[in-house]
Write a protein that binds this ligand. Structure first.
Ligand code: 5GP
Length: 237
């Protein structure tokens, strides 16, 4: 498949239509790093390729576990072929350990293991700063068709969390929390879309709690690329 026209450019990715098939898109993973709704920006050469490889491996693992995804195949270091979907404008978040915005919002001590996996929705809207939503907000905003779709997203992220939590535990990593996105294909099927990478997940080393994800950039800890390389190395081990 070859790139036709760029139809979207986001903070971390570009999307292209293809010359051959209108049901497919090409995703290009950029080397840009952004945080705090784009207020902090940087470039890290090779970050796009690392996220592409990590996300492809994770999506393949999920497909093997009967999660339906929009990924067709990795094309090269920075590109994936994906099914065209209409993105549902919700960030679906699962949290196993309290950190980040949850600790700020509710005053829970950073690092507290939650008694059960917490699932949250945020509205994908940069102008509003991606606000947290409850089910009724999501329905009023028509982010989904009905409650059954919200229930499906919640059930799906819980399944994904169980698969990934076990997988990463075997690799010596705690899956602290992560954000995923879903889209609808032309037949109305809901597919896992976007990416799952250290940009969208928090991974802590099982022994040392060293952060191996985008918090290294957010918190100015340095060693971003080394951390992403370590995640890929452990996935492939
Ligand atoms: P928090 O709400 O604590 O900032 O983030 C919770 C989880 O969702 C973290 O793993 C974080 O990386 C991910 N996340 C939240 N918002 C975004 C976003 O806008 N983009 C990306 N890539 N990940 C996000």
């Amino acid at each position: 498949m070859t790139k036709n026209e760029m139809i979207y450019e986001g903070k971390a990715k570009k999307m292209w239509s293809t010359k051959e098939c209108e049901d497919y898109l090409i995703v290009e993973f950029k080397d840009s790093l952004t945080a705090f709704n784009g207020e902090k920006k940087s470039e890290e050469v090779g970050k796009g390729a690392l996220n592409n490889k990590i996300s492809t491996e994770i999506f393949h693992l999920l497909e093997k576990n009967y999660i339906k995804t929009a990924l067709v195949e990795m094309i090269d270091d920075n590109h994936q072929l994906v099914k065209k979907v209409d993105i549902i404008p919700l960030e679906v978040i699962a949290r196993n350990i309290a950190t980040g915005s949850l600790t700020k919002r509710l005053g829970i001590k950073d690092g507290t293991v939650l008694p059960f996996t917490l699932v949250e929705f945020c509205y994908k809207d940069d102008d509003l700063g991606d606000p947290i939503l409850n089910d009724e907000h999501a329905l009023i905003l028509k982010a989904v068709k009905d409650q059954s779709e919200l229930d499906y997203l919640k059930a799906e992220i819980r399944k994904i969390n169980e698969i990934l939590k076990d997988f990463f535990a075997k690799k010596g990593l705690k899956l602290v929390d992560f954000k995923i996105e879903f889209g609808k294909d032309k037949d109305g099927n809901i597919l896992l879309a976007d990416e799952i990478s250290p940009d969208s997940c928090r991974f802590w080393d099982m022994e040392t709690n060293e952060k191996l994800d985008k918090d290294r950039f957010r918190q100015g800890l340095g060693g971003v690329k080394v951390a992403y390389e370590e995640v890929l190395k452990r996935i492939l081990s």
